[in-house]
Design a protein around this ligand. Structure first.
Ligand code: MBD
Ligand code: FE
Length: 270
C-alpha cells in the first residue's frame, strides 16, 4: 500500500478533503431544505421513489445536464478565452462521419423543416485562421428529435464532423432545428408537471469546435425570435449564441435562411 492510501487516522488526502467538503455541504443543504420545507414522511417517500425511477429510466444524464451542467459551465467559462460556449447536454455521440468544409449534414431525402446554411471561419485567439479545424455538429430535426435517441429518426441523422478548409472556413447546409422538449413521459417530465415547469428548450445547434493545439469549444447556437429562449429548461442560452439568420428570397416550398458565425479558439496551455 502506498503512503497516500494509508493516511493516519484523522488525516485526509487533498482529494478526501475536497470530497468531504463538497459531500458534507450537499448533504447538509438537502437536510436543511427538508427542515425549511417541513417535509412529511409521505413526501420523503415520494422523492425517494422519484429518485429510484430516474435511475430505472436512465434519466440521470438528463437530470444532471438539464439542471446542473450550466453552473459548472459558467464556472469554467470564467477562465476561458475565445468564443462563448455552453453546455454539452446528453445527446452527443462520438464518431459522426467526417465531412468537407463545404457540405450538408446527413439528412433524410424528405427531411422536414426550413433550410439553413451556416458559414464562417475558425480562428485562433490572435486571429490566425485555423484550416483543418473540426466542427463536430449535432442537432434535433424540425420535429425536435435527435438521431440515436429517438426511434423515428434514422441513425446518424443531422450529425457530422466538418473539417474547415482554406482560411479556416466552413459552409454547412442543414435544417432549422425545432424546439425540444425533454421526455415528458419519464420522471423528468413528471417533475416538470408536478412543479408546473416548462419542459422545453429553444431549438438549437450543438457544436464542439476543435483544432490542433487549442482548447476545444463546446457550444450551442440558438435562433432569434424562437420560443423558450428566455425560458430554457436547461438554462443554457447566452446572448452571444443567438443567431438572426437572414431569409433568402425565392424559397419555393421551404423557407431558406443563412447566417455567418465565426469561432475563436484559445490556444492550449502547454
Ligand atoms: C438537450 O437537447 C440538450 O441540448 C440539453 C442541454 C439537455 C437536454 C436536451
Ligand atoms: Fe440539445
Amino acid at each position: 500500500m502506498t503512503a497516500t492510501t494509508h493516511a493516519a487516522p484523522g488525516e485526509k488526502t487533498p482529494s478526501q478533503r475536497r470530497v468531504d467538503a463538497f459531500a458534507f455541504d450537499v448533504i447538509g443543504r438537502i437536510n436543511q431544505a427538508i427542515v425549511d420545507h417541513d417535509m412529511t414522511y409521505d413526501e420523503y417517500d415520494a422523492v425517494k421513489q422519484w429518485l429510484i425511477r430516474v435511475g430505472e429510466a436512465g434519466e440521470w444524464p438528463l437530470v444532471l445536464d438539464v439542471w446542473f451542467e450550466h453552473t459548472v459551465e459558467e464556472l469554467a467559462a470564467r477562465s476561458r478565452h475565445g468564443s462563448q460556449g455552453t453546455i454539452l447536454g446528453p445527446y452527443y455521440l462520438p464518431d459522426a462521419p467526417e465531412l468537407p468544409a463545404q457540405t450538408a449534414l446527413p439528412m433524410r431525402s424528405d427531411e422536414p423543416g426550413d433550410r439553413l446554411v451556416l458559414r464562417g471561419q475558425v480562428r485562433s485567439l490572435d486571429g490566425t485562421p485555423l484550416p483543418g479545424a473540426t466542427l463536430d455538429m449535432w442537432q434535433a430535426g424540425a420535429d425536435g428529435y435527435y438521431s440515436g435517441f429517438h426511434p423515428s429518426t434514422p441513425e446518424g441523422n443531422l450529425r457530422g464532423r466538418v473539417r474547415t478548409g482554406e482560411e479556416g472556413r466552413f459552409e454547412v447546409q442543414t435544417v432549422v432545428p425545432g424546439p425540444y422538449t425533454i421526455p415528458i413521459e419519464g420522471p423528468c417530465g413528471e417533475l416538470c408537471r408536478a412543479a408546473g415547469w416548462s419542459p422545453w428548450r429553444p431549438g438549437h445547434l450543438h457544436l464542439i469546435v476543435s483544432a490542433q493545439g487549442h482548447v476545444p469549444l463546446t457550444t450551442q447556437l440558438y435562433f432569434e425570435g424562437e420560443e423558450y429562449l428566455d425560458n430554457d429548461v436547461a438554462s443554457a442560452v447566452k446572448p452571444e449564441l443567438v443567431l438572426s439568420p437572414a431569409e433568402e428570397p425565392g424559397g419555393s416550398d421551404r423557407r431558406r435562411f443563412s447566417e455567418s458565425y465565426d469561432f475563436v479558439l484559445e490556444p492550449a496551455r502547454s
